[in-house]
Design a protein around this ligand. Structure first.
Ligand code: ZN
Length: 387
């Protein structure tokens, strides 16, 4: 019987060093990392990761989409392991921590257990998912999505990058098309430590939070049809201005999201005037809407209020507005037992100027888990670490 460990501490200096060791694969002059999935730098970090896992006594295997699984045996091998991990690929202007923290923290957990001579009841499996970032191949998180059955392996293997290279060809070029069919490695739970991708923890002066849910998402494609007319000769009361109508919709979206806040956000991130001209009143605009909440009832209310507001604006301004819901992802709620029992996590103190770039992983954004911003397709549970 293994000894019962209480408040077992990781070696934070060793984790810090390990993170910086991987940062040399794809290092950029200003201290960031450019390590696109399945490229030569990704191969280097994967080779390093495999070697480090094997040195820690883990058995490494790779699935048909290149996701890496490093297994530490448990006392009861009839039970599926607990998965720990994240990803080692980065955005083109990525940082040292996004994804890397979760993968290498998992390795640190295993090293700590090894040092303490602890055998766990169930096995532990560290996972490095292929292409979580989605910057070279779309969609993001494609290998983990295939793992839970959202895509077939063949579908993902045929996806191409901007140069026309398929995922399958890229896997072969770095030698990481594994033999195990996707989904073969079962996991009972999945725990991911991740840097925060929003500003909330930083603004509140906190170092870590526990993700209790993934936001639900509503994506709409919208179109406004008014009437193009002369900017000089059309009196204001007789206009059917698509852009002025969109302006009202933008403000309506903002106030509706605020009304249902703080657990609601709404964004109009794209708008294209069909035939823009300085002296023509815009007659047609295509636009998108993105609404999110981790509460299904709030999502329904956002949809209802938005449609009502848009109908009112369209009638008053005598324009036609069509709204198509093109994606509806319900919220995901994580295992409340694990989410309610976070253990203290010791990370090195970090002090640098703050950074607001979404994908940046500069040190100002580390040492915290995400609060709620990752949109995940995985149906397996994901929580901040409890180990
Ligand atoms: Zn990430």
């Amino acid at each position: 019987m293994s000894p019962v460990a209480s408040n077992l501490q990781i070696d934070s200096a060793r984790l810090w060093e390990t993170i910086h060791e991987t940062a040399k694969f794809g290092a950029t002059p200003k201290g960031g990392v450019r390590r696109l999935t399945l490229g030569p730098e990704d191969k280097k970090v994967r080779d390093w990761f495999r070697k480090s896992c094997e040195a820690a006594g883990l058995e490494v295997h790779v699935d048909a989409l290149g996701s890496m699984f490093a297994l530490r045996k448990g006392r009861d091998m009839s039970k599926p392991p607990i998965g720990l991990g994240s990803h080692l690929d980065t955005q083109p202007t990525g940082g040292k921590f996004d994804g890397v923290l979760g993968t290498l923290a998992a390795l640190e957990v295993v090293r700590t257990l090894n040092d303490a001579g602890i055998e766990t009841e169930v096995p532990i499996c560290i996972v490095n998912w292929t292409n979580e970032e989605g910057s070279r191949f779309a969609p993001a998180m494609m290998a983990s999505a295939a793992y839970v059955g959202d895509f077939t392996t063949d579908d993902i293997l045929s996806r191409k990058d901007a140069e026309g290279v398929t995922v399958g060809e890229a896997l072969d070029s770095i030698g990481y098309r594994g033999e195990k069919p996707v989904g073969t490695q079962k996991l009972s739970k999945f725990v991911e430590l991740h840097i925060e991708q929003g500003p909330i923890l930083e603004a509140e002066g906190k170092t870590i939070g526990v993700v209790d849910s993934g936001q639900g998402v509503l994506w709409y494609d919208g179109k406004i049809t008014g009437f193009e007319s002369h900017a000089g000769s059309t009196p204001m009361p007789l206009r059917r201005d698509a852009l002025a109508s969109l302006s009202e919709i933008v403000l309506a979206m903002e106030s509706i999201a605020k009304k249902h806040g703080p657990n609601a956000v709404g964004t109009i991130g794209e708008a294209v005037i069909a035939k823009p001209s300085r002296n023509v009143i815009p007659g047609e605009i295509a636009f998108t809407m993105d609404c999110r909440s981790s509460d299904a009832a709030i999502m329904a209310a956002l949809d209802k209020d938005l449609r009502a507001a848009i109908a009112g604006i369209a009638a008053r301004r005598k324009v036609e507005v069509t709204i198509d819901l093109v994606w509806h992802k319900p919220p995901t709620h994580f295992d409340p037992t694990a989410a309610s029992r976070p253990a203290p996590v010791t990370m090195p103190a970090i002090s640098t100027p703050s950074c607001r770039r979404r994908w940046c992983s500069c040190p100002a954004r580390t040492a915290s888990a995400t609060t709620n911003l990752r949109t995940r397709r995985r149906s397996i549970a994901r929580q901040a670490p409890t180990c």
